[in-house]
Write a protein that binds this ligand. Structure first.
Ligand code: SF4
Length: 340
């Protein structure tokens, strides 16, 4: 198996795309070889994505009561969970959260609204105002995740200064119908293509550990590559009580690291961002995950669960030798973003 890892290393470092069959074979290497795989992915990250970490803070600006039935999601109105339900927060509350995010060392701020057509016109105007004000009043890049947006909304958000739009594919094309029946995988693909068409960087990833096969995970990564996902959040299922996936057996930390590394080899230039579920699933291997090809982290709390203290993450990243942007001018962040 080591010759396979070395062959893939040489190809990817020489800017050749990894072959689908090789990626599938990497999903099968013995776990004792995963540290070698991680080291190669780390080398690829250093070459193509640099050493600067993106740290993103989430704001759940509207929570719960979603019309969709995504089986992993505590915010779906189809399930009875203990997840908070509240209407859209005010512009002042969003600004307060953005400024707190900047103070804790975040480089990006993402407003997330539950629902498929997540915001009505009045709510959209608040998001638009927030994008303008955060761009003007902080050094943060501004992202949003509003479910399904219209092309007109995408254009307005882009003009207001939106950097990325998040719309995860969540799972492979084959597995998607097992985790959602109220919209399709193709609906999600179409949305990612639409925002990219209007000049917004697409942020799209998925969730590991929902009962999918290794092939599903590889297929998802290749779909994200085809879509030129600028940022790929890798979530790891943190089963929520009351959802249909509430009792799913978790992946082992080493298995998660295997796929973070494979995703880097498939997507050498994207930001690979470790997202929800990392603390509970990776436990003491969080630092190893950051040496397996990742170059981004969600810091602070997640949408419906708590994260660990941001200061611990910033310290971990510094200890690993990453460049952490917590006090530098906006221009240097911009320079990194356009080259990654
Ligand atoms: S569309 Fe989003 S908020 Fe709604 S159930 Fe699916 S993941 Fe949850």
């Amino acid at each position: 198996m080591l010759p396979l890892i070395l062959r893939v290393r040489e190809a990817v470092l020489n800017e050749e795309p990894i072959a689908y069959e090789d990626a599938l074979s990497l999903a099968d290497i013995p776990s004792v070889h995963i540290p070698y795989l991680a080291a190669v992915a780390n080398e690829v990250r250093e070459k193509f994505a640099g050493n600067l970490i993106e740290s993103c803070a989430l704001s759940n600006i509207k929570s719960g009561n979603c019309s969709e039935d995504c089986k992993f999601c505590a915010q779906s109105g189809h399930y009875k969970t203990d997840s908070p339900v509240y209407p859209q927060i005010t512009i002042d509350e969003i600004m307060e959260q953005a400024k707190a995010a900047e103070a804790m060392g975040a480089t990006e701020f993402c407003m997330v609204s539950s629902g498929w057509g997540a915001v009505n016109e009045k709510e959209f105007q608040v998001v638009l105002e927030a994008v303008k004000r955060i761009s003007k009043e902080t050094k943060l890049f501004v992202d949003c995740s509003l479910g399904f947006m219209t092309p007109e909304q995408a254009v307005e958000l882009k003009e207001a200064g939106l950097y990325r739009n998040n719309h995860n594919l969540e799972a492979s094309r084959d597995y998607f119908e097992k985790i959602c029946t109220t919209h399709t995988f193709q609906d999600r693909v179409n949305h990612v293509e639409m925002v990219r068409h209007y000049g917004i960087h697409p942020c799209s990833g998925g969730i590991l550990g929902m009962g999918e096969t290794p092939k599903d995970r590889i297929d998802l990564a290749f779909e994200l590559k085809r879509l030129e996902a600028h940022c790929v959040p890798i979530n790891i299922l943190n089963p929520r009580r009351g959802t249909p996936l509430g009792n799913v057996e978790p992946l082992s930390p080493l298995e998660i690291i295997r796929y973070i590394a494979i995703y880097r080899l498939i997507l050498p230039r994207s930001t690979i961002k470790i997202a929800g579920g990392r603390e509970v699933n990776l436990r003491d291997l969080q630092a190893m995950a950051m040496q397996a090809g990742a170059n981004g982290l969600i810091i602070g709390n997640y949408l419906t669960t708590m994260g660990r203290h941001p200061a611990k993450d910033i310290q971990m990243l510094k200890d690993l030798g990453f460049e952490v942007v917590d006090a530098s001018p906006r221009t240097s962040r911009r320079a990194h973003a356009v080259t990654s």
